[in-house]
Design a protein around this ligand. Sequence first.
Ligand SMILES: Nc1ncnc2c1ncn2[C@@H]1O[C@H](COP(=O)(O)OP(=O)(O)OP(=O)(O)O)[C@@H](O)[C@H]1O
Ligand SMILES: [Mg+2]
Length: 282
Amino acid sequence: MLIDRQLPFEAVKDESRVWEELIAPGLNLPKNVFSICHYGFIEMLNNVIDHSVATNVSIRCDRNDLQTKFEIIDDGIGVFEKLKSHFDLVSDVHALMELVKGKLTVAPEVHPGEGIFFAGKMFDRFMIESGGLSVVFENDTCSVHAIENQSGTRFSMKIANNSNRTTHDVFSRFRDPNDLTFCKSKFFISLAAFEGELTSRSQAKRVVARFEDFKEVELDFAATDDIGQAFADELVRVWPLAHPSTRLRIVNAGESVKKMLKHVMGRSDLPQPQNAVEINIC
Ligand SMILES: Nc1ncnc2c1ncn2[C@@H]1O[C@H](COP(=O)(O)OP(=O)(O)OP(=O)(O)O)[C@@H](O)[C@H]1O
Ligand SMILES: [Mg+2]
């Protein structure tokens, strides 16, 4: 273990200083991996500083020959609790659904709401534990499971020392190449399925909330066996009709899901959006 320290909040108030004094000198990593570690560490410690209202922060960094791992744990309000109360959301899962879309912030005058979205895609494995949920982003998937309720927030991230990913690769997947705005998002439908079967319009409305802030959203249907007609109709017909500036890209849909999506998109007796939804065949 390179670092394993529990520090009072007052001692970590400058995230760059903590990085430069405690972490960076011992790391010795290829430049691209070093930059990813820098981004993840700085952003998550800044989250603790600006959002957690914590008293103590634990910082751990472990590097072996193969991989580098960080943990930043605070004893504050908890990320899902913070989002629930600020945005009046109904559950930790609802807060998570909003968080994974990106551009979610409680302080838009000083934060764009990008840190967790991008860090979650840079590391080989990025985990958030808070409230009653454990969430893991790994290999372009997102999985969630219930845990015993815990206060505060634990961010945990690891990356192979020989990874060839760069921060630039990850930013450019979701940013406009011309003006660099954060214009694309990705949503995991399995998160919406965590609290029940995907049958109703209100569940679909929760999925599409704030999608109009992006030009394109990838909807990943991995691990979703079935969807109901009202859910599908709201998702790929009603919402796109009202929001023609956002394009939805459906990926990883199984046969049964594709059949239902195609059914509602094929209704010629109802108004249909023009070229607003693309179903990826593979
Ligand atoms: N440790 C934490 N404790 C409590 N709330 C948190 C914590 N980390 C993040 N949050 C909440 O999650 C939101 C999203 O965090 P994220 O890092 O993605 O964006 P941001 O910090 O608002 O903006 P940016 O990171 O782009 O400066 C924050 O606005 C905050 O409400
Ligand atoms: Mg942040």
